[in-house]
Design a protein around this ligand. Structure first.
Ligand SMILES: [Zn+2]
Length: 380
């Protein structure tokens, strides 16, 4: 049986212990020590990684009463080894996990909801609850959770005795047989959990809920705690600072400034669409009573190109061929209200290194040709 130092002192990052066994399993060595501070995966908390002497601990798992360290090299049985946990990794997980407890406890006490899913991802943590929450509920719960941090309450973890257990109230998805490990944030949460938590709520630092979406009968929250919350909010602040400088707006008034610019842009788009329509019909009008028309126009969108070809074809008696682009690459539309353009289209793409197609009265595509070559083709 491995002595679980992580339960005796959650802040223990370095320890020494004797190697009890070492066996090769696939491409790794499974090493068991007399005692360990490496937490094996469990209770929604990821496994610790780190080093044993000079070798790497890639994963840690519980196997019966033993904690197995999966390592990249072997160790001699009977030797004493120094274990070092990747503390940044572990502390991050402790902050996320404890933050999740605080929030879950608050939502449970206020709404009676259970935490029915919990996953710590690389960037954010997902927590699922079995009931709906409004934006106001979320804002309230987030503030309450941060108040618990400001109070810097000691987190209490212990295994109640068989006699004591029936008198302990705790959140749990199902009835648990003794022994049960209880994790309490007095005044905020009491929960059965085997994970590792920070010593006081102050170490969680900060809790920020990022989103809330409907999930099954309840909701899924995305949240960040501690260093993650600090990094996230710093990133958001940096972006907002850039926006505030761009719009010469106060940092807490960027949304109104952005909305103003966005509204102005939408109005400009409408105005330029109206102007473009007028210009296109003036161009088309200039070809009234012409036979075949070849027209080049700079910078037309796909829609405007089609529109112009259509309009010209309604005014001229032959084929309207409209090109936009630059030497080497043009987009085209051919339109006619009385001629089948399929053969002309094929001949043109063959002669001008192009591709395209369409209906009898309308062809479109691109050509890789110079303006002179296009004019020469239509001159024939
Ligand atoms: Zn926990």
């Amino acid at each position: 049986m491995t002595r679980k130092l992580f339960y005796e002192d959650p802040n223990l990052a370095e320890f020494s212990a004797k190697v009890v066994s070492c066996e090769k399993e696939n491409d790794r060595w499974a090493i068991v020590l007399g005692a360990t501070a490496f937490y094996p995966e469990g209770g929604g908390q990821a496994a610790d990684v780190g080093t044993l002497g000079v070798i790497k601990v890639l994963d840690t798992r519980e196997r019966g009463e033993e904690v197995v360290h999966f390592c990249d090299a072997p160790l001699d049985v009977g030797t004493e080894v120094c274990g070092r946990i990747d503390w940044a990794h572990r502390f991050d997980l402790m902050q996320q996990h404890t933050g999740e407890h605080i929030l879950s406890g608050i939502l449970h006490a206020r709404f009676g909801y259970q935490n029915v899913g919990f996953h710590v991802g690389a960037d954010v943590m997902e927590v699922d609850f079995d009931g709906p929450l409004t934006p106001e509920d979320i804002a309230w719960a987030e503030l309450e959770a941060n108040k618990a941090i400001w109070e810097d309450i000691p987190v209490k973890c212990w295994f109640p005795t068989q006699e004591e257990l029936p008198n302990v109230t705790y959140r749990s998805k199902r009835a648990l047989p003794w022994p049960v490990r209880i994790v309490q944030v007095p005044g905020f949460d009491s929960c059965a959990c085997c994970g590792i938590h920070v010593k006081t709520t102050g170490q969680v630092g900060l809790i920020k809920i990022l989103s809330c979406v409907k999930f099954h009968q309840g909701v899924r929250l995305e949240m960040v705690c501690g260093q993650r919350a600090y990094r996230y909010i710093s990133g958001v602040f940096d972006q907002n600072k850039q926006i505030s400088q761009m719009f010469s707006a106060k940092i807490l008034e960027t949304a109104a400034a952005a909305r103003k610019v966005s509204d102005a842009l939408a109005a400009e788009k409408m105005r330029s669409a109206t102007l473009e329509k007028q210009v296109l019909s003036q161009i088309a009008e200039s070809y009234a009573n012409c036979d075949n028309v070849l027209h080049f126009e700079n910078d037309l969108s796909g829609a405007a190109l089609r529109e112009l070809a259509e309009q010209i074809s309604h005014r001229c008696s032959g084929v309207a061929a409209v090109f936009t682009g630059e030497d080497g690459r043009y987009s085209y539309c051919l339109a006619s209200k009385n001629q089948d353009l399929r053969i002309l289209g094929k001949e043109m793409t063959a002669a001008l290194n192009g591709r395209g197609g369409g209906k009898a009265e309308f062809q479109q595509g691109t050509v890789a040709a110079m303006r002179g070559q296009i004019e020469e083709f239509f001159d024939k």
